[in-house]
Write a protein that binds this ligand. Structure first.
Ligand code: SF4
Length: 328
């Protein structure tokens, strides 16, 4: 591990000032960043601990929910309003990591976690464009069972690792950011980037910019939402495919639907094509399967992950069918 300085901030203004130092990084629970520092993949010269900033989970005047970036994953998952108004978020969080890690990890840190591509972590012999731009991507022709089938590029085929972020994508969440230049909001679905030719740039966050809060809009459909994660073992494993969904029916037809996928792309994948294909249609397994096909039509499998296309289609169909049966 390289030498670094450490400072703890209790206010956003202090954190931004401390982060003006060269090579500074904000530190949440450290459950990913510290691992990367130990492996010398990340080499910040200073860490600004932001776990003392707002961890509040509070209702907004518009009837939604605002969650401070320092809120621990376990606190968000267990919160009464999250469980009742946004069950998909609670279930996604409980599907992620272990109880100990959820107690440490923060909302902001979870959003900023980096890919779990094994070649990215292997600084001792593997080529990785995300770690060293221009070096090449050993995953493209290597062991790519866990890698992307949607939105990848020749530069990078990694997937985003977070379960929570798939739920935030389906809930139309908005991220509030602050920097020395002021505050701005970004729709959650626009926060993470596809790899293109610059896979090392993973989000639209600007240098020195801090995640303050995440806001969940009020929407009755969110109450009828769920999350299903398919993985190689039943706990403490990253998703092969995951599905976050919300469904509202009217007389057996789909009145409204939200769908997002995890484990398939460089960012949480909002399935807008499938949503469009379903609105106004009968809520039948055949239509759910057809909508999944519409979403996956551009999927490009790698050598070891073609199974993800069928797995995603089946999981989408099963999750929507489960929600439809609950709604009837
Ligand atoms: Fe690196 Fe992305 Fe290739 Fe993995 S898939 S080796 S993270 S460039």
């Amino acid at each position: 591990m390289n030498p670094f300085t450490y400072a703890r901030a209790e206010q956003a203004e202090d954190a931004l000032k401390l982060a003006e130092a060269q090579g500074a990084r904000f530190l949440g629970g450290g459950t990913n960043l510290v691992d990367l520092m130990r492996e010398t993949i990340e080499r910040p010269q200073s860490l600004v601990d932001v776990t003392g900033l707002s961890a509040a989970i509070e209702e907004t005047s518009a009837g939604g929910l605002r969650i401070g970036a320092a809120a621990r994953n376990s606190a968000v998952a267990e919160h009464r309003l999250v469980r009742t108004l946004y069950p998909v978020l609670s279930r996604a969080l409980l599907a992620g990591a272990s109880g100990q890690i959820r107690n440490m990890a923060t909302l902001g840190g979870n959003i900023m976690q980096r890919t779990r591509c094994a070649y990215f972590y292997d600084d001792d012999g593997s080529r990785c464009n995300k770690r060293t731009p221009g070096q090449g991507c050993d995953a493209a022709e290597g062991f790519n069972r866990y890698h992307a089938i949607l939105g990848a590029s020749p530069s990078c085929v990694a997937t985003h690792a977070s379960d929570m972020c798939v739920a935030l994508a389906v809930l139309d969440a908005v991220i509030h950011l602050r920097s020395p230049r002021g505050e701005r909001t970004v729709p959650f679905v626009d926060f993470h980037r596809l790899p293109g030719e610059t896979p090392q740039v993973e989000t639209v966050l600007e240098p020195g910019e801090l995640i303050l809060t995440v806001e969940l809009p009020a929407n009755p459909i969110a109450k009828r939402s769920t999350y299903r994660k398919v993985r190689d073992r039943s706990s403490y494993a990253f998703a092969l495919v995951s599905v976050a969904a919300a469904l509202e029916l009217d007389g057996g037809k789909v009145k409204d639907v939200r769908l997002a996928l995890g484990g398939v792309a460089h960012k949480p994948w909002r399935a807008l094509r499938a949503e469009e294909a379903l609105r106004g249609r009968e809520a039948t397994p055949e239509n759910f399967r057809a909508a999944a096909g519409a979403e996956l039509i551009d999927a490009k499998p790698l050598r070891y992950n073609a199974f993800k296309i069928e797995l995603a289609a089946r999981t989408i169909t099963a999750v929507l069918q489960e929600l439809a049966e609950e709604a009837q």
